[in-house]
Design a binder for this molecule. Structure first.
Ligand code: ZN
Ligand code: ZN
Length: 177
C-alpha cells in the first residue's frame, strides 16, 4: 500500500517533498506525490470557498476510473467548506479513501503573522496525516498532542505533535509499518 498525494498547481510551490516525507513518516507508509489530476469544481462565488464534498466526489470518480484502491490526499490552496460549517481545514471520506486539505488557513500570513515555510510544512503535514488517519478508520482523539485531535484553531493545530498517540497508533492497519 502507499499513499497518493495530489498537489494542486496553486498549492504552495516547493513544499510537496517535505510535506510528503513528513506524512510518510508520521503514518509509516510510503507516499507518492503527483500533480493534481482532479478537476477543481465546487467553487461557490458568494462564499469564495470550494465545497469540499464536490472535490471528494471528483476524487472518488477519478479513483474509480483509474482503479486506484490506495488512499488519495488532495492538497489545494483555496479555502474549503463543508455544508453546515463556515470552513474546514480538511475533510475525509473514509469509505472511498479520499481526502482533501487546504493550505488557505494554514499560513501565518492568513493571521497577519510573518510568512514561514517551516510552519506551513508542519501544519500541512499534520492536517494531511489527520485526514489520512480518518481514511484508516480512526476517529477523533481527546489527546491534544495526537494527530487525531480535532483542532478548531491554528494554535490547537500547532500544539499537536507529528505523532499518533499510542491508543490511536494501534488502530492503524497492520500492513502499515
Ligand atoms: Zn478529523
Ligand atoms: Zn490519539
Amino acid at each position: 500500500m502507499h499513499i497518493h498525494i495530489f498537489w494542486d498547481s496553486l498549492s504552495p510551490a516547493g513544499l510537496q517533498i517535505p510535506v510528503g516525507r513528513n506524512i510518510s513518516s508520521i503514518i509509516g507508509v510510503r507516499a507518492s506525490i503527483s500533480d493534481n489530476p482532479i478537476r477543481m469544481m465546487g467553487y461557490v462565488e458568494s462564499r469564495k470557498q470550494i465545497n469540499a464534498q464536490v472535490l471528494l466526489d471528483g476524487i472518488q470518480v477519478y479513483k474509480h476510473h483509474h482503479d486506484i484502491h490506495d488512499p488519495v490526499l488532495l492538497v489545494i490552496s483555496q479555502d474549503l467548506f463543508n455544508p453546515g460549517h463556515n470552513f474546514v481545514f480538511g475533510l475525509a471520506r473514509e469509505p472511498v479513501g479520499a481526502a482533501v486539505i487546504s493550505s488557505a488557513r494554514l499560513g501565518n500570513e492568513y493571521y497577519g503573522r510573518e510568512t514561514c515555510d517551516d510552519d506551513l510544512i508542519d501544519r500541512l503535514s499534520k492536517e494531511g496525516a489527520h485526514e489520512l488517519g480518518h481514511l484508516f478508520g480512526l476517529d477523533h482523539c481527546s489527546n491534544p498532542e495526537c494527530i487525531m485531535f480535532k483542532p478548531d484553531t491554528l494554535d490547537e493545530l500547532d500544539r499537536k505533535k507529528k505523532i499518533f498517540c499510542d491508543s490511536c497508533r494501534v488502530k492503524l492497519p497492520s500492513q502499515i509499518e
